[in-house]
Structures are given as C-alpha cells and as structure tokens.
Design a protein around this ligand. Structure first.
Ligand code: IPE
Ligand code: MG
Length: 220
C-alpha cells in the first residue's frame, strides 16, 4: 500500500475483545486470547507501513474493577503469548503505567522484554500501556519539580511523544483516560470493528483516512 503521509506515532485503544467472543458464543477469555495474537499481526504491519512509534492500551488503571477471574486471565494469557512469541520481537519495547500492582510473572516478563529490546535501535518502538491511566500520569508530572515549560512537561510524561493518529476499535466513541496530553492534536479514527477482527485491511483504511486529514494545529 502506498501512502503520501504516514503518521509517525499511532496509538490504539484495543477494545471489543469480549464482544468479539460473545458474538460467536465463545467465552470472553477467547476474545482476549485472539486480541493478544492480533497485537503481533498489527504491530508488524504498522511497522512495515513506516510508522515509527506505536502505543497500545492493553490494560487501564480502571480495568482492575473487572471480575478477578477475567483480570487473572488477561494477565496470565498476555504473559503466555508474549513468552511464546518473544523471538519475533525485533524492535524496542517499552512498558508504560504503574508497576506496583502487576503480578510477579508480568514483572519478570517486562524485565526480559526490556532487556532483550536494548539490542535494537529506535527506528521502531512499541509502547505497551499496562495499568496505565492518563490522569495518573498527569498527577505524577504535576509533582515533578523539573517541569517548567512544554518541553520539560512532555519529557516528564511516561510517553513523551505526541500522538498523530489515535485508533479505537470496538465502536465506543471515547478516549477512556488514554494518552490525554499526548492526544492534544491527534487525529481520531473510530471503528465498530472489534480488536480481534481488526485486520491489516482495517488498518489500511485507518491510514487512508489519516492521509486525507488536514492538520492545522490551531493555525490556518
Ligand atoms: C478490550 O476488550 C481488552 C481490555 C480492556 C483488556 P474488552 O474486554 O473491553 O471487550 P468488550 O469491550 O467487553 O467487548
Ligand atoms: Mg471494552
């Protein structure tokens, strides 16, 4: 696919795993499993299209409100999927969000992936938002004494890069506490397609939309 403009930073709110499964009379857990696998497919395609940074919202500071069995499944399956496919990850990976509530298995995986990713340059970077919340990020920044202007403010964020294109799958029309400051001038793309069903073709559609957008950043 040829594109005249490619967003440098894409952020995705991966939503609709549960509904993807329910629609097929499958348990919600299977939706999370398929969603986890799809992350690898879409990450590879996004990189191929020339995007430099991808931030994905995997688990929010509010997702702990879900039933314990579902939270446990999401954590343990994410660990399992990443463990089994980590050799495919040939680019930088960062984790953003709180670390103090994550299970030990997840902390171990994060350490392994981060160490592994030190070998790669910054040509393409994947940021995984896990127990992440935009408000919480801003509270941290508000307490940072080094923050004096826009440049130092951005540097203090967990994700210091502005978002160019924010995609949300699953049909909801909201930002759900994701990258609040970084999305100040992001272009939004909402699709009813659920995350496990979000194919490369769906991604191409979003990128085509972005290509047509006129960004003015408050100017003319
Ligand atoms: C997104 O899918 C995955 C997470 C938030 C962890 P959901 O689990 O929110 O799926 P729906 O929205 O209930 O269909
Ligand atoms: Mg949801």
């Amino acid at each position: 696919m040829k594109l005249s403009t490619v967003p440098s930073h894409v952020a995705i709110i991966l939503d609709g795993n549960g509904r993807w499964a329910s629609k097929r009379s499958l348990p919600r857990s299977l939706g999370h499993y398929q969603g986890g696998q799809n992350l690898f497919t879409i990450t590879k395609e996004i990189r191929k299209l020339g995007v430099k940074k991808l931030t994905v919202f995997v688990f929010s500071t509010e997702n702990w409100k879900r039933p314990k069995e579902e939270v446990d499944y999401i954590m343990s399956k994410s660990i399992e999927i990443f463990e089994s496919r980590k050799e495919e990850v040939d680019h930088k990976v960062h984790f953003i969000g709180r670390r103090d509530r994550l299970p030990q298995g997840m902390l171990d995986l994060i350490a392994t992936i981060e160490t592994q990713s030190e070998a790669f340059d910054d040509a393409f970077e994947l940021y995984i938002a896990l127990d992440y919340g935009g408000i919480e990020e801003l509270i941290q920044v508000a307490q940072n004494k080094d923050v004096k202007d826009e440049a130092t403010f951005k540097k203090a964020l967990m994700q210091p890069h502005d978002v160019d294109l924010l995609i949300r799958t699953g049909g909801e029309l909201r930002i759900s506490n994701f990258l609040l400051a970084q999305s100040a001038y992001a272009e939004f793309y909402f699709t009813k397609t659920t995350w496990p069903a979000f194919t490369k073709r769906e991604l191409h559609k979003a990128m085509k939309q972005y290509e047509k957008r006129q960004r003015r950043f408050g100017g003319l």
